[in-house]
Design a protein around this ligand. Sequence first.
Ligand SMILES: NC(=O)CC[C@H](N)C(=O)O
Length: 729
Amino acid sequence: MANMRFKAIETAYNRSTISVPAPSEKVADYYGSYTFNDDVMKTLLTPEAYLKVSNAIKSGSRIDREIADEVAAAMKAWATSKGATHYTHWFQPLTGGTAEKHDAFFDVTPSGKAIEKFKGSALVQQEPDASSFPSGGLRATFEARGYTGWDPSSPAFLMDNGAGGKTLCIPSVFISYTGEALDYKTPILRALHVLDKAATAVMYYFDRNVEKVTATLGAEQEYFLVDKALFYARPDLVMAGRTVFGHSPAKGQQLEDHYFGSIPPRVNAFMVDFEYEAWKLGIPVRTRHNEVAPGQFECAPTFEELNLAIDHNALLMDLMNKVAERHNYKVLFHEKPFAGINGSGKHNNWSMMTDTGVNLLAPSTKPKETLRFLTFLMNVVKAVHDHADLLRASIASAGNEYRLGANEAPPAIVSIFLGDELIRLLETLENRGEVQLEKGDNVFYKLGITRTPPLMRDNTDRNRTSPFAFTGNKFEYRAVGGSANSASPMIVLNTIVANQLQEFRKELEARLELGEKKELAIVDILKDYYRESKRILFQGNGYSDDWVQEAANRGLTNIASTPLALGKYIEPSAVQVLEKMGVLNEREVHARYEIELENYIKKVQIESRVIGDLALNHVVSTAVKYQHQLAQTAKSLMELELVEEAQPLKELIKEISQRVYIIKQAVEAMTEARKKANNTDDIPTRAELYGSEVKDYFEKIRYEVDKLELLIDDEDWPLVKYREMLFVK
Ligand SMILES: NC(=O)CC[C@H](N)C(=O)O
């Protein structure tokens, strides 16, 4: 094994940078060229079909069979002209990844001849075997039927299969025979629809020209790169996506010299390569840089309509994995692949935009617009305050459990950062709201709104320690994990905000019916919201121990455990809001809860098995061999009557023995704990047992193994070390 380690290091060390030719000089020449986009549709469809598809995209109207046939024919012609041989409905099942089943465009006639075929019916709906996807009890294994259905609002695209031509991918929803959502896209589309309706209804009081409100998302993607040879020499990375052992290198991230540093050429070639591919697919990746931890990087797109942004992030992750192969890298999206240094988040930058081009979370200098801004801002604050636990549940996973609250990642406590200036403005609102107000526009003056410094776009400070931070014209949900599908937190966020906006509108209407003046009524409601949700606003250092204490004093929850956090999905208030808004019914919520728990159990189980295997078969066996060598040397020294000189060796032998003993005992006890958990039928209890009794041994075993790493001859150590994985470029 040690041999494999050194071979891998040598291979990685001798790699050269692969040159990546640009598809064309200007990005505009090929941006979106792999998508069946608006321009392509305009050229290939009849005006009638084009209009129907455009309307379906804008307002969700139905596309009839005839039009579907025409679109299918156009899609097939376009795709085959670009080298596609197959098509697939591309969807996001609850595994968290993407799914595809390629079908050839041709069919065979009874006389054995091949004919080209792709009908509207195949575009609109397909029936993959659903039995092996997680359904959380919604489907039994023998009930295989599930349907995928075309989502016209996300353009079809071409996936390059390397040597094997291309496949036309049709973004789709995935539902069971009985109509329940088995994927991420279905509830996202439902949540976006209710948010649109609720936000547009509130906009009625500010601007009657607004007909549609769209949620927007920009998902920053953090990741680690490890050379392929080194990756395969670490069974834990291969099996669990994270290292279960590894002593901290002498130099980690303490000098902060990697962050925003010069990008290593081989890494840069990889980035350039996947960006070219992303641009062909119309994915607007714009930013690339070194992240805080050695070996860690980030890419970020410009924000887009939320459903598209989610598809694009899922597609981008897939693309990065594929392109990395060419550059002999492996991409780690895991939230915490290496202990002791930063983990990886997927910071979700979220906002709402009207069809008239107004960002509803952008402050303005005009009093009337300020009231609109405060309305949307405070409704988000209130929604997050009232459903903080549900929002926490939506980002809970086995990987994120290691990241939250450690090494520059936000804690598990949900709080909101608004910045001092906004807090001042809200304080003014609360305090001045007590005075009798005059009518007319000077209402705003009286409120002090015009007297506060005009709010400019970027004059709120940033707070990296906050899980949910206002960053000037959007909220950044920073607690989302690097490997997550953004849909999970976005389903919750958009649903609770939509619900809150509905509540706001009801309250406002009730006040207006009593004859209150609109502006005053709004101010009064917002004042109440501020008072009711204030405790969730926190502007200080979210990483500090003081905050943990203060948050507890404020009555905010701090749920570190994933099984407990997931339990918040099935609290009555959570089920009620998801069901009431028509996003997930009770059965669907319970199914998701169960799937997430099972996922957690399986991941911890895999880690535990890897730990057991590596500890006994790699580490202990190496330690014992090394001990034998030491014993031989000590014996020779004794024979030469060098008794004192043999002493340090004896001590070393003793220390190794002790550590081996503890490891052996702990692995056995961990296996017993696993058995106990596996014999527990109740899934939530089993998950909790894995999260506590099984996981309790992880750190204990790791501690001893990492100590042995420092004792055993480097030549013999079987596992690629942290300094080799993190610093070999
Ligand atoms: N610079 C940063 O924003 C660090 C973020 C950190 N990597 C996280 O886990 O969220």
